[in-house]
Design a protein around this ligand. Structure first.
Ligand code: NDP
Length: 294
């Protein structure tokens, strides 16, 4: 058996087109477009790359982006003041503070300062709180976990009543992904570094979301035949045959898993492109909401 490959790149591209059409509609109806503010502190090359990719994606679909770059030694008060100014700016519908922030910054306070209505990353404590409660809807859901669920939905993979296993419990991926599955009435198990006999737990899954950051940890013989595998892991492993000297692999051994699974996301080209697509989605939703729709 060979799994159906879930083409995240293709699905994300479809979502970009849908959003582009919506933004044009918004422009025609209200003479305005959604706006995303990105705040980059310091000069981490990976963070700078992520912010650049997000701005580029905004430009492609017609979302206005406002980039603010701050020095590494910016004070807590200065950063907080900037977020408050962006909260008050009617052209900004989403505020994204690129993480991680430098060690001297209280990240929780900064994320909590972002207006609930502009929290397109979904990390505001109130949005996370609502996500964790039954019959409460957050205004925004964090982008990567939302992307995982969107992939299942677009592939018509049912969630309700299924056994779902999430590997990882981080605030940005594992935990919110687990909460989303619970909202969708899956029967859920969340695993972490202290879980005993991981292969036996994983073998129960009809849906597996892997977000541990351990290259190819999940082996083919850990999987139930037919399982839908969403591999969030993005791990660089040495590969002298590549120009960069490394290649990216997931948390799941793709070659083994594709012989057992029913569906599987590749790495790269699976969950990765969905994260930005969901950021555009959240920003556009926020735009509609501010204009009195949605
Ligand atoms: P974290 O390091 O924050 O969390 C890892 C989680 O995995 C923790 O809950 C940890 O358990 C658990 N874990 C670690 N080792 C094991 C193990 N051997 N067995 C079981 N559980 C284990 O990572 P993130 O959630 O931030 O990211 C996870 C992966 O997803 C990374 O590869 C990252 O690069 C990728 N990622 C990809 C994105 C995308 O857009 N495609 C976006 C964000 C992340 P414990 O809590 O006990 O420490």
């Amino acid at each position: 058996m060979s799994a159906t490959i879930i083409d995240g790149k293709e699905i994300a591209s479809t979502i970009h087109s849908e959003i582009k059409a919506e933004v044009e509609q918004m422009q025609q109806k209200y003479g305005r477009v959604p706006g995303l503010a990105t705040v980059l502190v310091g000069e981490r090359p990976d963070s700078a790359t992520y912010v650049r990719m997000k701005k580029k994606a905004c430009a492609e679909v017609g979302i206005q982006s406002f980039g603010v770059d701050l020095p590494e030694d910016v004070s807590q008060d200065e950063l907080k003041k900037l977020v408050e100014e962006l909260n008050a700016d009617p052209n900004v519908h989403g505020i994204l503070v690129q993480l991680p922030l430098p060690g001297h910054i209280d990240e929780e306070e900064i994320l909590g300062t972002i207006s609930l209505e502009k929290d397109v990353d979904g990390f505001h404590p109130l949005n996370i709180g609502r996500l964790s409660m039954k019959r409460r809807d957050p205004l925004f859901v964090p982008c990567t976990p939302r992307g995982c669920i969107e992939l299942l939905d677009r592939m018509n993979i049912p969630i309700e009543g299924k056994r779902a296993v999430v590997l990882g419990r981080s605030n940005i991926v594992g935990l919110p992904a687990a909460m989303l599955l619970l909202h969708r009435n899956a029967t859920l198990t969340v695993c972490h570094s202290r879980t005993k006999d991981l292969p036996a737990v994983v073998r129960e899954a009809d849906i597996l979301i892997a977000a541990v950051g351990r290259a190819e940890m999940v082996r083919g013989d850990w999987l139930k035949p037919g399982v839908a595998v969403i591999d969030v892991g993005t791990n660089a492993v040495d590969d002298p045959t590549k120009k960069k000297g490394y290649r990216l692999v997931g948390d799941v051994n793709f070659e083994e898993a594709k012989e057992v699974a029913g569906f599987i996301t590749p790495v790269p080209g699976g969950v990765g492109p969905m994260t930005i697509a969901m950021l555009l989605r959240n920003t556009t939703d926020s735009g509609w909401r501010e204009m009195g729709e949605g």
